[in-house]
Design a protein around this ligand. Structure first.
Ligand code: ADP
Length: 407
């Protein structure tokens, strides 16, 4: 045999065994990294690892398919945006809401997709603050009303969830119109009945012993109950107006201290009748807040009315107004029945009443007064809250931002 051929064959053999050794060594490295002990043959161990990795990949792909299917079948629209606020993924509902054929949203900007600046504002706010929410009406007045919830995704972009609230808004409009019509219809006859009861009551008083005490008492009750009905109708009207009337025009510079005094005057007679003393603790001068003086007066009246209503005979109600940094804080405190802890979060809901049997004497209210107060305070950019201990009394407070000095 040619000695050259023999030399080449030997060299090839050496090279192969060297490569095989290195490969085995690197396999050993892989196996060690995966926790395979030093005495174990790395070849089958690595093959098994590869098998495991493959199974995991399959599981992952199945999970992803499930996840995509779930998002695709949601009734809510889902959009995934990158950091430049371009749409990188969108489900079928999102395409439907935004009137696009399947896939037609991919690569679009928020403005391009919604044709509405509010959607862009919601997205930008969420990008800056982590999350945001807003309502957008698509294309024209007949397009769907969409509630857009935006949240920053861990990847740095955004997730947008769209909910069609057109039907909800339509029902709310119908409810508001219904209550508005009904209240107007009720108010006229009720006012007449109330005036007649008042006259009757005055005439019964003037007639003295000619009218039996029991009859006078009943006339008095008719007067009180009619007053309640009128109050209920007025509160229902107020609430629907506040809820559907959009933004208030906040033009008055309101002196909250003066307003507190005026509201206390309006309720003094009612408080005297209930045997409750009204006490004012008002820091003067308190800076003005920008607002609607009549509406803010209504907040005081509602809080004072409750405080007196839930106070014992001989009790007192204290109204405090003070400045707290850039806010004016007003409180109405009583030493009445108090509110159980569990109910405190709910008292600002409309129609919520803690316990219908707690009001002494006359019948209770509508459960609307605090809902109205909360709406008004929030429309002024403020907050309202309650602190209460059952049996010891309640303090309702609200804070309003101080208006910036003119000029
Ligand atoms: P209402 O017309 O029934 O007073 P509100 O919305 O003003 O309706 O109040 C809701 C409920 O909260 C009341 O029915 C009452 O149970 C509770 N509440 C409100 N203010 C007080 C208070 N000062 N003390 C105790 N309970 C109160």
């Amino acid at each position: 045999m040619d000695p050259w051929l023999i030399a080449i064959a030997v060299l090839a053999l050496i090279a192969t065994s060297l490569l095989a050794g290195r490969a085995r060594q690197s396999l050993r490295g892989v196996a060690r990294a995966a926790g395979v002990g030093p005495g174990v043959d790395p070849v089958p161990a690595v093959a098994e690892l590869r098998e495991r990795a493959h199974r995991l990949e399959l599981d992952l792909a199945a999970d992803r398919r499930d996840h995509d299917l779930l998002i695709e079948s949601l009734a809510q629209g889902v959009l995934v945006l990158d950091v430049q606020l371009r749409i990188v993924a969108a489900n079928a509902a999102a395409h439907g809401f935004l009137g696009r054929p399947p896939g037609g949203l991919i690569g679009e900007t928020v403005i391009g997709a919604f044709l509405d600046l509010r959607a862009e504002t919601v997205a930008q706010t969420a990008l800056a603050q982590g999350s945001a929410m807003g309502e957008v009406r698509i294309a024209d007045v007949d397009g769907p009303a969409l509630l857009v919830r935006a949240r920053r995704s861990p990847a740095g972009g955004l997730w947008l969830v769209l909910e069609d609230v057109s039907e909800l808004r339509r029902l709310q409009r119908i409810r508001a119109e219904f209550i508005d019509n009904l209240s107007h219809e009720l108010r006229t006859p009720l006012t007449t009945v109330s005036l007649l009861a008042e006259t009757l009551s005055r005439e019964a008083d003037a007639a003295g012993p000619a009218i039996p005490a029991r009859m006078r008492d009943r006339i008095g009750k008719i007067e009180i109950e009619t007053g309640h009905l009128i109050q209920m109708v007025n509160e229902l009207l107020d609430l629907t107006r506040i809820e559907s009337g959009g933004q208030l025009v906040l033009v008055d510079d309101v002196g909250v201290g003066r307003l507190a005094h005026a509201s206390m005057e309006r309720l003094r007679l009612f408080a005297e009748r209930q045997g409750v003393a009204l006490v004012a603790r008002i820091d003067e001068p308190v800076p003005a807040v920008r607002g609607d003086v009549d509406r803010l007066g209504q907040v005081f009246i509602n809080l004072l009315h409750n405080a007196v209503k839930f106070s014992p005979d001989g009790g007192d109600v204290t109204v405090t107004v003070r400045r707290d940094e850039d806010r004016v804080v007003a409180s109405v405190a009583d030493h009445g029945v108090g509110i159980p802890h569990a109910a405190q979060a709910r008292v600002f809901e409309r129609f919520y009443k803690v316990d219908r049997a707690r009001v002494r004497g006359e019948a209770g209210g509508t459960g609307l007064g605090l809902a109205i107060a909360r709406h008004i305070v929030e429309q002024h950019g403020g907050t309202i809250w309650v602190k209460s201990d059952e049996g010891a009394g309640s303090t309702f407070s609200f804070a309003l931002p101080i208006s910036a000095p003119a000029g």
